[in-house]
Design a binder for this molecule. Structure first.
Ligand code: NAG
Ligand code: NAG
Ligand code: NAG
Length: 312
């Protein structure tokens, strides 16, 4: 146990900014890692006349940093803030990204990643830690703002119900119960999906070594939650944004169940109102198509709807 003072200091604590960088090749590798297909040329082919970055790309930057080399997963992202009680294991609980400006195809030097811890919520089984991050260009102009939460199983602060939250992502509207989805997209992850996704920077062994997956109780390798996240974003861009990656301005989910490489997925989306700046607000879920189990829950997106004639 650490006591209330220790954990309350976490809230508001800022990690020192860290350098990040990417190039066109990183964008291509990421696109394939989130299941881009041979006809998704505007995200997998650098010479396509509308080639653009997937707006969700920044989520891998805290793993990749500014290196082109492999890294040890735990060294970069696993580092807890000072005052954080020990836990047995941490799982990614939720992630959202708001795109403030379209990403350039290559960063060049001088970009940074900043993270501030925005909340600590304790319950009987552990601690939920929430943070807000920003991707900043060399002049400190923010291009993306991200909220993330992780659940640290076994961590104890006061043993009671300590809770302090100072900021969080936009809250979505619930899925309408009275009507079928306005859009539905089916897609399949490949057996090699995790092998490709890890090349974007998350080299956690759970995603490649079947023995480690078995010991973790998953019966083998599981796909990175952030790869499934990208599958969901691709589905909405394709179905609603006319295939234009620049259409997506906000994308947020809760990670509710694991996906195995090879699983088929279905994303169902409902238009639930106007969003900011000429977008619509969308509520969505992504399911394991075969079992029906929700893998991305509580989905919220702001997206510019393509006019019918602009559809690819
Ligand atoms: C504590 O919070 C986590 C993450 O939201 C949740 O999965 C877990 O069921 C909660 N445990 C209890 C005992 O409420
Ligand atoms: C997804 O559903 C299929 C069919 O029920 C099942 O074989 C597969 O294991 C499920 N994936 C996970 C991660 O549970
Ligand atoms: C709307 O667009 C303006 C200008 O691009 C931007 O400053 C603002 O943050 C956007 N609003 C939201 C809610 O995204």
């Amino acid at each position: 146990m650490v006591g209330t003072t220790g954990v309350s200091k976490i809230v508001g604590y800022e990690q020192p900014p860290s350098p990040v960088s990417w190039n066109k090749r990183d964008l291509l590798i990421y696109a394939v890692g989130i299941g881009a297909k041979a006809d998704d040329l505007n995200i997998v082919y650098e010479l396509d006349k509308s080639f653009a970055a997937m707006p969700t790309y920044p989520v891998v930057l805290p793993f990749k940093g500014d290196s082109q080399e492999l890294n040890l997963f735990a060294a970069r992202v696993g580092k807890p803030p000072p005052g954080m009680p020990k836990s047995n294991v941490a799982v990614h609980g939720s992630q959202s990204i708001e795109i403030l400006k379209d990403l350039p195809l290559a960063s060049g030097p001088g970009w940074t990643w900043s993270t501030k811890y925005t909340g600590v919520v304790e319950n009987k089984s552990g601690i939920i830690l929430t943070s807000e991050s920003a991707l900043l260009d060399p002049k400190k102009v923010p291009y993306a703002r991200l909220f993330s939460s992780s659940f640290h199983i076994g961590a104890k602060a006061t043993g009671d119900k300590f809770s302090k939250v100072i900021a969080g992502p936009p809250q979505g509207k619930p899925i309408p119960k009275d009507r079928k989805p306005d859009w539905s997209v089916q897609d399949k992850t490949s057996l090699e999906q995790a092998l490709v996704f890890r090349l974007s920077g998350d080299y956690n062994l759970l995603h490649i070594d079947p023995e480690i997956g078995k010991r973790g109780g998953f019966g083998g390798v599981i796909l990175h939650g952030l790869s499934t996240f990208g599958f969901g974003a691709r589905a909405l861009i394709k179905a609603i944004g006319g295939g234009d990656p620049r259409s997506l301005k906000l994308f947020g989910v809760r990670f509710t169940a694991p996906v195995k490489p090879g699983d088929a997925l279905e994303t169902e989306a409902w238009e639930v109102g106007p969003g900011p700046n000429g977008t619509i607000e969308v509520a969505f879920v992504t399911k394991n198509l075969t079992s029906g189990k929700v893998v991305l829950g509580g989905g919220i997106a702001y997206i510019k709807k393509a006019s019918p004639q602009a559809k690819l």
